[in-house]
Design a protein around this ligand. Structure first.
Ligand code: FUB
Length: 308
């Protein structure tokens, strides 16, 4: 099926160009990629694993930024946001996502709240994709006590924002329970209720929404260890039709976390795995990029990891 739509030569050329050197960065550990295309440049925002080995747990204090104009050569901009930039947070710079609206850049982050049990979502804002970013609210945007339908204190993490064609923005997030809410035009306040998303089989975390043609796609980490699954809808608010697995287990990492972008006429799947040499794993992860291919009916072909 894969080869029938693309010549072997073309396939090899595109795969090699897209994946030169997976994992992307050899000198720094990166996780939870969130990519944004702005003014002909891809900005890649990632978490930063600092655990010494793969036996304990995540150690994450800051988020990093990289940029590229060709998806092959990447410029490292270093850390552009730290947990300590959110005075109300006490640790855990987990998954985050950046979007642009009205010439401003909004960086939604997962952090551990200092005084409210569990994870919270905060938002920082800047006038440029490289910052400087500042806490936009001085408090959390989402806290565990706003989503009391689950007893777990892990359900308010992994934010992903999506700005629809009509300018309406949405925030998606969740662990075990997926949620979304409309954002006000200022991007830093909710505009209406928090809604449970139904019909996503084996939902774990890492929710992400993008649009291609007239289809909306909701990708997410399913099961544990995690595989990336996806669902499609004609509306950003669903209902979502589950379409199965998009990306298999991420090598020797228990988690996977994805971002999907279109750049210069091609689509890319950006994700993490434990492929760092010599000591990658669940708590020492690395970002990879592979090309994404849509079928004529809008479904997506399973991503072939170049490290498989
Ligand atoms: O990086 C810490 C957590 O692991 C993220 O928030 C999840 O998406 C998973 O990748």
């Amino acid at each position: 099926r894969f080869l029938s739509r693309f010549s072997l030569a073309g396939l090899l050329m595109t795969s090699l160009a897209a994946s030169a050197g997976n994992p992307l960065f050899k000198d720094v550990l990166t996780a939870d990629p969130a990519a944004m295309v702005h003014d002909g440049t891809v900005y890649l925002y990632t978490g930063h694993d600092e655990a010494k080995d793969n036996t304990t747990f995540y150690e994450m204090h800051k988020w990093l930024v990289f940029s590229s104009t060709d998806m092959v050569t990447w410029k490292e901009h270093g850390p552009k946001l730290h947990v300590k930039d959110f005075a109300w947070a006490k640790g855990d710079a987990w998954a985050a996502h950046v979007v642009e609206k009205g010439g401003k850049f909004y960086w939604y982050v997962t952090v551990r709240h200092a005084t409210i049990n569990g994870f919270s979502i905060g938002v920082a804002v800047a006038d440029s994709p490289l910052g400087p970013f500042k806490d936009a609210l001085g408090k959390a945007l989402i806290t565990n006590d706003m989503t009391t339908k689950t007893e777990i204190d892990w359900d308010d993490l992994d934010p992903a924002a999506f700005v629809d064609d009509d300018g309406q923005a949405y925030l998606f997030w969740g662990n075990t329970r997926p949620y979304y809410a409309k954002l006000k035009d200022n991007m830093i306040e909710l505009d209406g209720p928090i809604i449970d998303i139904e019909g996503l089989p084996n939902f774990t975390e890492a929710i992400y929404v993008h649009k291609h043609g007239d289809w909306y796609y909701l990708t997410y980490a399913s099961g544990f260890p995690e595989k990336i699954s996806y669902a499609m809808s004609k509306s950003v608010t669903g209902p979502w039709q589950p379409k199965g697995i998009l990306n298999e287990l991420a090598g020797n990492s228990n988690t996977n976390h994805q971002s999907v972008i279109e750049f210069k006429g091609r689509s890319f799947f950006i994700y993490h795995n434990g492929s760092h040499i010599p000591d990658g794993g669940s708590f020492r992860r690395s970002v990879n990029i592979d090309e994404l291919f849509y079928n004529p009916d809008g479904t997506i072909q399973r991503v072939i990891m170049t490290t498989e």
